[in-house]
Design a protein around this ligand. Sequence first.
Ligand code: PLP
Length: 396
Amino acid sequence: MPRHETAGPSTRSVHDGASRDAERGTIATPIHLGSTYFARNTHELTEYLEGRRAANFYSRYSNPSVEAVEEKIAALEGAEQGLCFGSGMAAIASLLLSQLAHGDHVVATRNLYGGAFEFLEHLLPRWGVGVTLVAPNDPKALERAIGPRTRLIYTETPTNPTLGIVDLDAVAAVARRHGVPCAVDSTFASPVNQRPVGFGFDFVLHSATKYLGGHCDLVGGAVVGPRDRMRDVWNHRKLLGGILDPHAAYLTERGLKTLAIRMERHNRNGLEIARHLADHPRVKRVYYPGLPSHPGHEIAKRQMAGYGGVLSFELDATGEEAARFVERLEIAYLAPSLGGVETLVTQPAVTSHRYLTKQERADQGISDSLVRFALGIEDAADLIRDIDRALDTIPT
Ligand SMILES: Cc1ncc(COP(=O)(O)O)c(C=O)c1O
């Protein structure tokens, strides 16, 4: 399948890995619904099972509609191979289980998506895997945590909900020094804004539910990495049964074709609205890596081409008043998730982080009056008007 390594992100998101149907001449990849595939003879089936034949065999193993998405995501990330899953969590779980066995050890940065955190903290130890969590931006602590049985370094950047930035160069350097593979969840960035393989990362993960799909109409996930290491990830996907459904694959591939132009608008809206909020008298603090005031700004400038559409800010108000604020917005939906064309808003203390103690939330900078926007692709002027109108209703 074609790769346009020197082309711009829009050309790559439209054309890379595209799987045209040469026989019928369709430009869009068909939705291949078949669950099973015939071979012409027993020899062909054996060749497939021994990995010497690339044709499809059974749709829990591989599927042409899913492969079209995998090729596109791998090309966008600059990786050798991609695999798609039924959710971001299926991708994360399959990667972790493929790399770790009883007695092994994984080091992860602490500020992770809640599901990944729970899997590391609660499930892996049940299977005899040691887990050490370290501060996200302390390469020395990361290095100290590595032991003789460490088999993986796992991180995420930017992080939810305060948009923390992990230094990809620094993590990859530690991983290289110790000969340990490293993986990063790059969901908040998308491959348009951040390409961790170029920094020396072995695996890059995505919740395709977010920017890759882009329209809040599918649940999916992806892992990309070097072909030799991906074989075991594929085997875990096969045995855990987590492959992406062909209908969702079609929607993901369709979404990917507009990824670069959507990201341009998400990036623009993010920066414009972050700057506006930073100057607003009812806002105490804005968390957006594109602002020079953000502690990760210099690192983000080095490793990201844009800063995305997610931002958080602390209102000069009580938690109750923050709740009234989000309810009064007319354009933004009060909803979890991110990466769609519609703007979504949440109050992390009562949604994604409600099961943490107040102290745990405080440690992560999550106050009751923190509001998170996952900005869509609407016109920034309309979003700003809507935000200002709702801010004006907060009592002084
Ligand atoms: C950064 C990140 N990674 C992974 C996931 C999990 O993805 P999914 O919901 O598709 O399983 C999410 C979901 O919110 C996320 O925000």
